[in-house]
Design a binder for this molecule. Structure first.
Ligand code: ATP
Ligand code: MG
Length: 451
C-alpha cells in the first residue's frame, strides 16, 4: 500500500480482511465440528441396528424375526436389504425412503465425506442363519442432518454478514470521530499567522494521543516567535543604525553645499563624511559576515596556532590604544597551542581585546589568561575593570546590535556587532563563548575545543 493512501481506507481494509478471515475460520470450525458430530451420531445408529440384526440372527427363525423387527421400526429413517449369494431375499418396504432415485448418494460407513441431500450411510454385515451366509445391508438416511447443516450454514452466514457490516460501519465511524480532533487541530494551525505566533494551542482541549504533538508544535511556535521577534528587532535596529550615519552624511553634505568654502574646509568635510562611510562599511561588512556564517557559508580552516606568538603580535597592535587610556596587559601562561582558523582567531581575540580597551576604566589592568583542559580544549579569558557593569544584562552583549549602557556606548563608535561575530567564530569552531561579572570586573571566556 502506498504511503499516501488515506488512513481511513488503510484501516478499513485491514479491519475488513481481519474480520473476514476470522469469520471464515469460525464458520469452517463450527461446520466441521457439527458435521463430525452428526457423522458419529449416524454411525452409532447404524452400528446399533447392525448389532440388533446380529443378535436376531442367532435366534431361532432368525430371518422372519429380522423382517418383523424391520417392519416394526419402519418409521426410523432406515431400511435394510438381505441378500443371499447376491440374490435379494428381503427388502424393507418404505415409501418415504427411495434410495433408487437419481439424486441419491450412498456412502459407506467408513467414508468421512459429509452427507449431502439424499445421502445414505450404508453398512454391510454378514450373518449366518441355518448354516447359510446372508449379507445384510443397512441404509440410514443422513439427509436430515445435511439439510440441517445447509440451513445452519445460511443462518450463520447471514449473522456473519450482519456482524461484518456492523463492525466495518462502527470502525469507519470510530475512525472518523477519532480524527475529528486532528481536523480541528489542522484548522486551528491554519489560522496561525506570523504576527500571532505567541498564540499557542490549548493542550487540554485535545485527546492524550495528540498532546505530545501539540506540545512539540507549541514548542516550535515559541521558538519561531522568539526568532521572529529577534529578526524584526534586528531589522528595526539595522534600519535605525543605518539611518544615523546616513543622516549625518546627508547633513554634512548639505552644510558643505550651502555656501562656498575653502579647500581645507571641504577636505575636513570629506574626512568627516569618510569617517561615517567607514563606519557604515564596517557595519555592512560585519552583517554580511554574520549572514554568511548563519548560512554555513564560512568554514574554519583550522591549523595549530601558537598562542604566544598570536597574542604578542595582537597586543603589539593594541599597545598604542591601551597607552591612550593608561591600560596595562597582564598575560598569564601563554605557552600553548590552539587549533583554529588563523584569520578568524585573530578577529575574535581582537574584538574582545578592543572591547576590553574601549570599555575599561581609565588606568586599569587588562588580564589575559590561558588555560588548557585536556577534555574540553583551550580557554582564552579576557578580564577588564568596568565600574557599574554589575547592573547590566551581560548575556545580551552577544546579541546583534546590542550596545550596553548608553553613557558608555554613546561615547564609542561601535555598532554592537563585535561580540556577535566573536560568538559566530567560536561556534564555527565548535566551541563556546560566555561572560561573567565579578564586582566591577567583567570576563569574556572563549573556549576553543580540542578538535
Ligand atoms: N569588555 C567589556 N567591558 C564592558 N562592557 C562590554 C565589554 N565588551 C562589550 N561590552 C558591552 O557589550 C556591548 C556589545 O559589544 P560589541 O562588541 O558586540 O559591540 P560594540 O563594541 O558596541 O561595537 P562593535 O561592533 O564595534 O564591536 C558593548 O556596547 C558594551 O556595552
Ligand atoms: Mg566591540
Amino acid at each position: 500500500m502506498r504511503g499516501n493512501t488515506s488512513i481511513i481506507l488503510r484501516t478499513m481494509l485491514l479491519v475488513s480482511v481481519a474480520i473476514t478471515l476470522s469469520m471464515m475460520a469460525l464458520l469452517f470450525l463450527v461446520e466441521r465440528s457439527l458435521k463430525n458430530h452428526f457423522m458419529e451420531l449416524d454411525e452409532d445408529i447404524v452400528n446399533n441396528k447392525a448389532s440388533i440384526i446380529v443378535s436376531l440372527s442367532k435366534q431361532k427363525d432368525a430371518l422372519s424375526k429380522i423382517m418383523s423387527w424391520d417392519a416394526a421400526n419402519s418409521d426410523e429413517g432406515f431400511y435394510i436389504k438381505v441378500l443371499d449369494d447376491e440374490r435379494l431375499v428381503y427388502k424393507s418396504n418404505r415409501s418415504r425412503l427411495s434410495p433408487g432415485n437419481n439424486s441419491s448418494k450412498f456412502i459407506s460407513i467408513s467414508e468421512t465425506e459429509p452427507p449431502s441431500s439424499h445421502n445414505y450411510i450404508v453398512k454391510t454385515i454378514h450373518v449366518d442363519i441355518d448354516k447359510q451366509r446372508y449379507s445384510v445391508m443397512i441404509y440410514l438416511d443422513a439427509s436430515v442432518h445435511s439439510h440441517f447443516l445447509a440451513d445452519f450454514r445460511v443462518q450463520l452466514l447471514t449473522i456473519f454478514c450482519g456482524a461484518w457490516l456492523i463492525i466495518i460501519l462502527s470502525t469507519y465511524l470510530g475512525i472518523k470521530k477519532g480524527h475529528k480532533p486532528i481536523y480541528s487541530l489542522s484548522k486551528h494551525m491554519s489560522t496561525i499567522q506570523a504576527e500571532k505566533l505567541e498564540a499557542t494551542l490549548a493542550i487540554d482541549k485535545y485527546p492524550g494521543e495528540l498532546r505530545e504533538l501539540i506540545e512539540s508544535f507549541n514548542g516550535m511556535l515559541t521558538k519561531l516567535n522568539g526568532s521572529f521577534i529577534k529578526l524584526s528587532d534586528f531589522s528595526n535596529d539595522v534600519a535605525h543604525e543605518l539611518r544615523t550615519p546616513l543622516t549625518n552624511i546627508i547633513m554634512q553634505a548639505q552644510v558643505g553645499l550651502s555656501q562656498e568654502r575653502s579647500i581645507p574646509e571641504y577636505q575636513e568635510l570629506m574626512y568627516s563624511i569618510l569617517e561615517e562611510l567607514e563606519q557604515l562599511a564596517k557595519m555592512v561588512g560585519d552583517m554580511l559576515w554574520l549572514a554568511r556564517t548563519d548560512n554555513g557559508l564560512i568554514l574554519a580552516d583550522k591549523e595549530p596556532l601558537s598562542l604566544a606568538s598570536e597574542l604578542s603580535s595582537l597586543l603589539d597592535f593594541f599597545t598604542y590604544l591601551a597607552e591612550e587610556k593608561a591600560l596595562t596587559f597582564e598575560l598569564i601562561n601563554n605557552e600553548d597551542h590552539v587549533m583554529a582558523d588563523k584569520i578568524m582567531f585573530r578577529r575574535a581575540i581582537s574584538n574582545v581585546i578592543s572591547n576590553a580597551i574601549r570599555y575599561s576604566d581609565h588606568g586599569s589592568p587588562i588580564g589575559i589568561s590561558l588555560s588548557r583542559d585536556p577534555s574540553h580544549g583551550t580557554l582564552v579569558s579576557v578580564t577588564n575593570r568596568c565600574t557599574g557593569i554589575s547592573g547590566e544584562p551581560i548575556s545580551r552583549m552577544f546579541d546583534r546590535l546590542y550596545r550596553g549602557d548608553i553613557s558608555r556606548s554613546g561615547s564609542s563608535d561601535g555598532v554592537g556587532l563585535g561580540l556577535s561575530i566573536v560568538k559566530s567564530i567560536i561556534e564555527v569552531h565548535g566551541g563556546k563563548v560566555w561572560n561573567e561579572v565579578d564586582g566591577d570586573h567583567i570576563t569574556f571566556h572563549l573556549l576553543f575545543p580540542v578538535r
